[in-house]
Write a protein that binds this ligand. Structure first.
Ligand SMILES: *[C@@H]1O[C@H](CO)[C@@H](O)[C@H](O)[C@H]1NC(C)=O
Ligand SMILES: *[C@@H]1O[C@H](CO)[C@@H](O)[C@H](O)[C@H]1NC(C)=O
Ligand SMILES: *[C@@H]1O[C@H](CO)[C@@H](O)[C@H](O)[C@H]1NC(C)=O
Ligand SMILES: *[C@@H]1O[C@H](CO)[C@@H](O)[C@H](O)[C@H]1NC(C)=O
Ligand SMILES: *[C@@H]1O[C@H](CO)[C@@H](O)[C@H](O)[C@H]1NC(C)=O
Length: 422
């Protein structure tokens, strides 16, 4: 069931046209110890079989491997290298991950004019050993992987052609004014597992095409301000954020997923998440005790490990519109302080609700723990009814996924999005 829920949600995300360019991004395991993507030779995107013959053996760096099958890729990963080898200008994918490189000289990439993808993760890069402008010269670079290094700052300047920038698992503790300037094409920025405590107003605003921003596992005390309106995925799990300003999301109408678990929220404004495209909202492991408005498009809501004593469904769903029903399908509320069953009105107000994970509730000072037994929705759900127009846009529920009310199913894993979202 877990897998089904996960797969169905991802399948749905796939459907949304905007996600097409994220097909390589593995939402679930991105912070696993090893990104497979980097270890597996990838088929270059721009291979042109009409290319003239390249003299691989003669211009391939001595320390590296070039194969005729992938003439635009050079493999230099996992070789204990301490320096960046010579890079022929034809190369567009360079694999240097899992080495011992500490320094990057200004000249290192001077010949690498064809480079679009540079993998330098799992090295020992240090900010004070990267010469200014070392990366800026790679003027067609689109993807830069720098995670798992010892960087204390974001290298700058970076090439303005950059589309995806991975800086997770470093020691970055601040973003300077000059960082990320001019990256108008950047769509993905990953800064998880660093030590950032504050993000100033101008740093991210100018990233006009940013779609995904990950700043999980940092030390933020407040929401990063003035995010670009293009944003679709925002991940701020495991920081120390206490509140969300009332108009925070008012310019961020393209947001599809918001992950704020493991923070210090006690209250959120009632209408704060009223966003037209929001499908996933994770607020688990906070201190919330008051419900808020559930936007129409929301499908997955995680509220586990908070302080709720009851869930006021009227508050969450003040109006019912049969022509435009609420889309909520999954709700997780275990580890709260709920004292009774969730009103069956929930299934009327959220007619697509397939599953509520109620689980065990935290013990109040004087109460005995309340564990809700299985509850089946009051009315039959039309599972395999092919005539139902409403289901056409829900391919994820075909194939025998039945409505169910879980009580004890999730014990082995804390969340559907293990390794990443909790
Ligand atoms: C760049 O190419 C020139 C000419 O082939 C070569 O002499 C030089 O060593 C190369 N520099 C680097 C850093 O690869
Ligand atoms: C940004 O991307 C567009 C479309 O791919 C491209 O034409 C443009 O040159 C890029 N901008 C920069 C600064 O590289
Ligand atoms: C939260 O982040 C800290 C580092 O900032 C890390 O040590 C801790 O394990 C993380 N907690 C969770 C639940 O991932
Ligand atoms: C929001 O998404 C729509 C549809 O994908 C897109 O056309 C629009 O440009 C996005 N808005 C911003 C501000 O990027
Ligand atoms: C639930 O919310 C509604 C609407 O705000 C309010 O009128 C009602 O009193 C609340 N019910 C409970 C049990 O708190």
């Amino acid at each position: 069931m877990e897998i089904l829920i996960k797969c169905s949600f991802i399948a749905l995300l796939w459907l949304s046209q905007a996600l097409c360019q994220y097909h390589e991004y593995d939402y679930d395991t991105d912070y696993g110890p090893d990104r497979e993507e980097e270890n597996t030779p990838q088929f270059p995107h721009q291979v042109d079989y009409g290319l003239p013959y390249f003299p691989h053996s003669s211009d391939c760096a001595r320390e590296c491997l070039c194969t005729p099958a992938y003439p635009l890729t050079m493999h230099c990963d996992t070789r204990k290298l301490k320096a960046i080898p010579q890079i022929p200008s034809r190369i567009n994918q360079l694999h240097l991950q899992h080495n011992e490189i500490e320094a990057v000289s200004a000249k290192a990439f001077i010949n690498a004019t064809g480079l679009t993808e540079l993998h330098l993760s799992h090295n020992k890069l240090r900010s004070n050993k990267i010469e200014i402008g070392a990366f800026a010269k790679i003027n067609h670079l689109q993807q830069l992987y720098l995670q798992h290094n010892d960087l204390e700052e974001i290298p700058s300047p970076l090439p303005s052609s950059l589309e995806r920038l991975f800086l997770g698992s470093n020691k970055i503790n601040k973003l300077r004014d000059q960082d990320l300037q001019g990256l108008v094409n950047l769509t993905m920025l990953d800064l998880c597992n660093n030590q950032i405590d504050v993000i100033k107003a101008k740093t991210l605003t100018k990233l006009k095409n940013l779609m995904q921003l990950n700043i999980c596992n940092n030390k933020l005390h407040s929401m990063p301000i003035k995010l670009p309106a293009s944003l679709m995925y925002l991940s701020l799990e495991n920081n120390s954020i206490t509140d969300i300003p009332q108009d925070y999301f008012s310019q961020l109408l393209n947001l599809t997923a918001i992950r704020l678990s493991h923070n210090k929220f006690e209250m959120v404004h009632r209408r704060i998440f009223d966003l037209p495209k929001l499908m996933e909202l994770n607020l688990g492991h906070n201190k919330l005790h008051q419900a808020f408005y559930i936007p129409k498009a929301l499908e997955h809501l995680y509220l586990q490990d908070n302080e709720f004593e009851n869930l006021n469904i009227t508050f969450m769903c003040p109006t019912m519109d049969p022509m435009n029903t609420n889309r909520l399908t999954y709700l997780r509320v275990d580890q709260n302080k709920l004292k009774g069953p969730i009103s069956t009105f929930a299934f009327l107000c959220f007619p697509h609700l397939q599953s509520i994970y109620y689980g065990e509730q935290k013990r109040g000072s004087s109460d005995s723990p309340y564990i809700q037994g299985p509850v089946i929705p009051q009315f039959p759900m039309m599972e395999e009814d092919e005539d139902d127009d409403d289901r056409d846009d829900e391919p994820q529920y075909h194939g025998g996924y039945h409505p169910q009310y879980h009580a004890h199913e999730h014990e082995e894993s804390d969340n559907d999005f293990e390794d990443y979202s909790y």
